[in-house]
Structure formats: C-alpha cells, structure tokens
Design a protein around this ligand. Sequence first.
Ligand code: FAD
Length: 500
Amino acid sequence: MTSVFKKIQQDIDAKIHKTKEFLSHEKEWHNLSGSVHLTTEKIFHPRTVDDCKRVVRKAAKHSKHIRVAASGHAFSSLCSTKDYLIITNNLTKITISAHEKHGYVVIAEAGAKLANIEKALSEHNPPLMLKTGGLFKEQTIGGAVSVGATGMQVGNASISDEVVALKVVAADEQVIELTEEKDPLEMNAARLSLGLFGIIHTVTLRTRPLQRALLIDSVLPLSTTLTEANISSLLSHKEALELVYFPFNSSTFTVADDVIWVRSLVKTDENPSNEKAEDTLWGNYNVKFNEPLFKYIVNNPSATPHLVNLLFKAGVKEKKIVVSGGEAYSLNGAIDKVQYVGVEFVIKLRNGYKPVVDALNEVVSKIYERAQKDEFPINLPIKIRFVKASQALLSPLYDSNSSTVFAIIELMSIRDTKGYQDFVDSISQTWAKKYETRTTWSSYWERIPEVFPQTRTSLDDRRNQFNKIRTKYDPNGMFFDNESLKRVLLGAGDDADLDK
Ligand SMILES: Cc1cc2nc3c(=O)[nH]c(=O)nc-3n(C[C@H](O)[C@H](O)[C@H](O)COP(=O)(O)OP(=O)(O)OC[C@H]3O[C@@H](n4cnc5c(N)ncnc54)[C@H](O)[C@@H]3O)c2cc1C
C-alpha cells in the first residue's frame, strides 16, 4: 500500500516539477557586450506562467536562487546567478486592449521585444505607439522596465514610468498583480525592480496615438552649440533630442574645429518620406565591415583619431525626413551589433543647463589631453539625452517633482579598449563631486570606485522603502542573488562591513 502512495506521490511530483521541456542543454550564458559570463546550474526557457511557477517551486525545494535574463543588453552583472537562470525568449505574446482610464494599453509578455511591440501597436486600429521611444529594438519589455530604461524623448521619464500593471510570479509561486490603482508605493517599487520581485510575466503599458515626426539630423559647431542658451533653444518644441559627439571629428583634429551631431524629432502631419529612419544614421554601418575595424582600433589605439574621424564623416549626414511612429523613436539600431561597454551618468538639472555644458566640456578636454599622451580611452561617440524625473523608487532619475529635468551622458568605448575604465573612474570622481552624478543600473557602473556608497546615499530612504516591499514578496531572497545589488540595497555604513 505504501508503495502505491509513493508511486502516486512520485507521479504528482513529476508533473508538478516537470521543467525538462524548457530546460536548456546550456549552462553558460553571456550578455550581449561580453562583459558578463556566467556558469549556472540550470538555464530554463519557460513558455507559460505555469512554467515559471514550476521553476520557482523547484528552486524553493532545492534552496536555489533564480535570476532572469532577457536579451542581455545590460552591461552590468544584473542577470548573474550560479543557480537557476530563466531566459524569457519564449514569452513574447502581445495584446492591445481598451482601458477605461488610459485609452489603449498594450499587455506584453516580458520577453516581447520593443520592436515587435511597436509593430503590433502601429498595425492596431487605431494605430498606436509606445509613450517612451528611442530605445533599442532588440531589448525586451521585461528588461527595459526592470532597469528603468530611457529613450530620447524630452518630455518623458523612463519606460518604467509608463507601466500601469505588472504580473509577477513571486517566490511563493503566486502570480501577484501590481497596479497603480491598488498601491502606488508598491507600484513605484516594482516598476523598476532589477528582477528582485520575481519573474515578471506580463507588463501593461500606456500607449499614445501613432504620430509622425520630422527627423532632423544637423551637424553644428561644438563650441557654439554647447552653451546653456543653445541647449535650451534646441530643446524647445522638440519631441526628442539627442546630442552625439564623436571625438576627433574635425580635419584638423583640434577641439576648436570639432562639430556635434544634433538629432531631433518634431511633430508633423507631413507624409512619411521614402527613406527610412534607420537608413540615415551612423548606426547603419555594415556590421561585417565594423567588426574588424573595431578590433583594429582596440589593437592600434594610435589609429583612433583617424578611424573615428572616418566613421563620423562616412556615417553622419545632415538630413530631414518624415518618419512614422515607433520607427521614429527606435534609431541607431546597428550599435546593437558592436561589442562595447558604456557608463551612463545622470545629472539633475536644478537650475538650467550649466552642469551638463560644463561636464561635456570637461570630458572633451580630457579626451584631447589624453590624446596628447597618445592615449585614446574613448573611441565611440558620447551621447547626451534629456529626460524628466522618474517616480520609480530605485531610479537614478528619481525626483518627487515629476517635471524636474535630468541629463544623461553616456561614455562608451569598444570592449577591451585600453584605459577606458581608468578614464571613466577619473571622470566619475570629478562629476560625482561637482554634479552629484548617479549611474544607471544597466550601464557598466560596478567597477567605478565609490559607486556603492554614492548610490546608497543617492537612494536615501527610498532604499528602505524598496527593501520593505521586496521582502514582502521575496522574504527568503530567492531572487536576491547579486552581490552588487546586495551591497547597494542592504549596506549600511562601509562596504567593508558588507563584504564580511
Ligand atoms: C546596444 C544597446 C543599446 C542600449 N540602449 C539603451 C537606451 O537607449 N536606453 C537605456 O536606458 N538603456 C539602453 N541600453 C541598456 C538596456 O536598456 C538595458 O540593459 C535593458 O535592461 C535591456 O533589456 P534586456 O531585455 O536586454 O534585459 P537584460 O539585460 O537581459 O536584463 C536586465 C535586467 O532585467 C531583469 N529582467 C529581465 N526580464 C525580466 C523578467 N521577465 N522578470 C524579472 N526581471 C527581468 C534582469 O534580471 C536584469 O536585472 C542599451 C544597451 C545596449 C547593449
């Protein structure tokens, strides 16, 4: 009799714990830039919410941690675990529905790529688009929301701020539904949760009617463009703005002759041009040509000014075309194919644009100073965007006043560029003191000295608020398997204490 019960129990267990169909043969994973390599115990590719629950049950039974990885665009170690890694590439369903408060919302499974969401929205009747665009097409909605990704739209905060509801498989296997209406504070914790609340299964986002935009690419003198008054006038009446500075872009290789690429989007009712947005931009280089070129730059740093100059001249053209909807906000796609690392620095602009003008002038001068010593730590463009404050508790863009403006400056280089980290560290020290800069979670922040205490200080009491809500849903820390996040979120006092 006992053996019959044992058999029944085994059958039930087998059904419940059946994770084999979506268990990968692989145990290794690396992110897109190759800056993070993991060896895990198991990798799962769940297809349904029940699959997610099964992994959670298995993890609970064997006392394992779980982390989720999506398309691996984060440069930092956010997805790291030695235990169970869930990859969301099979969770891709997208539905659009009318919402009594928000007009139309899109409900996307966490692994849906932003390009596919924009496509589904543009084909809907009436045609729609995401409110936060300018992100990269290959990112998933789960990943973009989890880190608080930002686009190039002037009037918006992060994509996390457009989340209306989240369905999450939590540590007790329950599917929790977090909404703005139910509990705004919990929602502000969950809308940027770094994967710490559980496995996000679906994300519901606000949308807006599809619109056309005039995409203007101009090339302007650096010295006259980088002034407070000019930035203010560039920003006015624009849907989106991005400043892109390629070092060494003048024929004389002197900063006084350098120019800056200004990309902006202005609302229009004109008909879309035949030319596509992505056909116009630097990002559209042929990848086969890029790979050996980028390797060459890393191995021959002295060639940097000439080759970066060439890349700029060949790729950046002044243009004015009319683009449609989501396409307008998903520019620069081919950088997805470049193995690079980048740190994004966030500056709060309390009284005008002086801090961002000063910070940019500083970094440009330092690039030229290093060049004098035959050092070339920055070999990709510096990007500057302007966004509004986020309400997500962990966002580096957090401000209780939602109209506060922040500048985001990204310093990128091809992976393995000599001197990059050292350069970023020295810039970070100067900027942290002068402008109280913060770094974004998905960028390459963890190697910067002082970044842990600085991030903790900048989070203020929001760190405690977040931890309280996180532990409510994950009391035993099943999803809390990342040393960097522990140092920031649990630390009090010195990092040394934390590392014991
Ligand atoms: C080429 C390139 C361009 C980029 N452009 C921008 C940009 O324009 N703006 C910007 O802000 N950032 C940008 N980034 C950074 C990028 O937005 C973030 O790295 C974002 O997280 C990427 O999403 P992903 O799908 O690759 O997520 P991943 O990098 O795979 O994961 C990121 C985080 O999300 C968590 N996560 C993912 N899915 C889930 C889920 N279902 N449940 C719980 N947690 C989950 C992971 O655990 C991890 O903590 C760029 C990065 C690259 C490489």
